[in-house]
Design a protein. Structure first.
Ligand SMILES: N[C@@H](CCC(=O)N[C@@H](CS)C(=O)NCC(=O)O)C(=O)O
Length: 265
C-alpha cells in the first residue's frame, strides 16, 4: 500500500502526485497543513525529521525527498517506464533529478521573497512570525527564511536563485529546442520532476524569465499542463483564492525581478 503525506499546494508534493497519476497508481492521502504546522507533529517528525513534505510510505518503507520518491515509484511500481534506458540517458536523467534540489531552493527563494512574503507579513504578527521561524529545525533554512522575509528581493539568495534558474532554463532550452520532451521523443521522469517548479514560477507571474530567451519552455509547459496528470496532481489541489493572491503578490515584483534578471545576461 502507498501512503503519501503531502501538502495541497507544495511544489514537491505536486511533483509526486503528478508521478502517481502518470503511473496510474492509487494511494492513501494524508494531507498536512503546513501553515498550521502539521509538519512538526511528533509522529510526522519520526517519518521526516526535516519537517518537510512529501513523505511516501510504501508497504512500510519510508521514502523522503520528492525526486527519490518519483524514482522509487517508477522503478518499484511502474516497471521503470518513465526511466530512460542507456548509459548516457540514465546519467543525464539522474543528474536532472539531483538538480531539482537546487531548483527547489531557487523557486522557494522567489516565492518567499515576493508573494509568500507579502502574504505572511500581511496576515501574521511579528510574534507569530518569530514562533513560526523558531520551529524550523534547520538553522540555515531558518536564516534563509528570515532574510527573505526581512529583505525581499534585495536578499542575497535572490541572485543565487536567478543564476541557478538561468542555468536551468538554458539547459532546458537546449534539451527541448529540437525535441518534444526533456529526454527526447519519449516522455520521462525528468519531465515529471520539473513541471511543478516551472508551473510555480509561471503562477507567480514570472514567465517572462523564459518567454523570449528560452521559448521552448513555454511550449513544453503548455504540453505538460494539458496532460491528465497535471489535472490530477496539481489543478485538483489548487485553491483559486490562493492562486490569485500568489499571482498578484508575485506580479507586483516582476519589474524588479526582470531588472535583476537582465543584469545577469
Ligand atoms: N528537497 C525536498 C524539499 C522538501 C520541502 O522543502 N518541502 C516544502 C514544501 S515544497 C515543505 O515541506 N516546507 C515546510 C515548511 O515550509 O515549513 C523534497 O524535494 O522533498
Amino acid at each position: 500500500m502507498l501512503t503519501l503525506y503531502h501538502g495541497p499546494t507544495s511544489v514537491c508534493s505536486q511533483k509526486v502526485r503528478v508521478a502517481l497519476a502518470e503511473l496510474g497508481l492509487s494511494y492513501e492521502s494524508r494531507l498536512l497543513d503546513l501553515q498550521k504546522g502539521d509538519q512538526y507533529a511528533p509522529d510526522y517528525l519520526r517519518l521526516n525529521p526535516a519537517a518537510v513534505v512529501p513523505t511516501l510510505v510504501d508497504d512500510g518503507l519510508v521514502v523522503v525527498e520528492s525526486s527519490l520518491i518519483l524514482d522509487h515509484l517508477d522503478r518499484e511500481r511502474g516497471g521503470g517506464r518513465l526511466s530512460p534506458m542507456g548509459r548516457e540517458p540514465e546519467v543525464t536523467a539522474a543528474h536532472w533529478l539531483l538538480r531539482t534540489l537546487d531548483i527547489h531552493a531557487a523557486v522557494n527563494t522567489l516565492s518567499f521573497s515576493t508573494a509568500m512574503r507579502a502574504n505572511i507579513l500581511a496576515s501574521r504578527t511579528a510574534d507569530e512570525i518569530a514562533q513560526m521561524m523558531a520551529r524550523m529545525p534547520d538553522p540555515v533554512a531558518r536564516m534563509k527564511r528570515r532574510t527573505l522575509l526581512e529583505e525581499g528581493l534585495a536578499a542575497v539568495f535572490v541572485e543565487q536563485a536567478l543564476r541557478q534558474l538561468r542555468r536551468t532554463f538554458a539547459d532546458m532550452q537546449l534539451a527541448l529546442g529540437q525535441r518534444r520532451w526533456m529526454m527526447g521523443e519519449t516522455f520521462s521522469k525528468v519531465d515529471v520532476a520539473l513541471v511543478a517548479y516551472v508551473d510555480r514560477i509561471e503562477r507567480l507571474g514570472f514567465a517572462g524569465l523564459w518567454l523570449e530567451e528560452f521559448p521552448a519552455i513555454a511550449r513544453w509547459l503548455a504540453a505538460m499542463q494539458a496532460r491528465p496528470s497535471y489535472a490530477a496532481g496539481i489543478a485538483a489541489f489548487a485553491d483559486p483564492v490562493g492562486r490569485e493572491k500568489m499571482r498578484q503578490g508575485g506580479s507586483a515584483h516582476w519589474p524588479e525581478l526582470a531588472r535583476q534578471w537582465e543584469g545577469l545576461r
